[in-house]
Design a protein around this ligand. Structure first.
Ligand code: HEC
Length: 99
């Protein structure tokens, strides 16, 4: 029973933080901007993209099978060490950013 209460409490905390950038987004800011709209590295605006698209893209860069703008050499290292969980949380966050 105590475990259940703890789980519910943890769930509330993570929901309350949902609008905050996950720690894994920190290293994306230089190139994609805190708002996901920076494009000066040759990438598209990522803010508000469909979650499934972002998951697919990040897995593509992680596997080095995606090179949409010929600039994957800049993006691949940033996806290389992401776990599936981090990809999921990043996609949720970025898809929720205003376009
Ligand atoms: C050194 C700069 C740099 C950093 C840091 C970086 N990216 Fe990228 N990102 C790029 C570039 C350049 C592309 C376009 C690559 C290509 O040619 O396909 C890209 C593409 C993307 C795309 C696909 C959008 C498109 O243009 O088609 C997503 C989604 C993305 N990045 C998310 C992230 C996330 C999430 C992080 C942090 C974990 C991150 N990026 C960190 C430079 C960066």
């Amino acid at each position: 029973m105590k475990k259940l209460v703890l789980l519910i409490a943890a769930g509330c905390v993570s929901m309350a933080l949902a609008a905050e950038a996950p720690a894994s987004y920190k290293k994306c800011v230089t190139c994609h901007g805190a708002d996901g709209k920076k494009t000066s590295f040759g990438n598209d605006v990522i803010a508000g993209l469909a979650k499934a698209t972002i998951v697919e893209d990040l897995k593509g860069y992680r596997a080095k099978t995606l090179n949409r703008h010929g600039k994957a050499n800049l993006m691949n290292p940033n996806a290389a060490n992401l776990t599936d969980e981090q990809i999921e949380e990043l996609a949720t966050y970025i898809s929720g950013l205003p376009k």
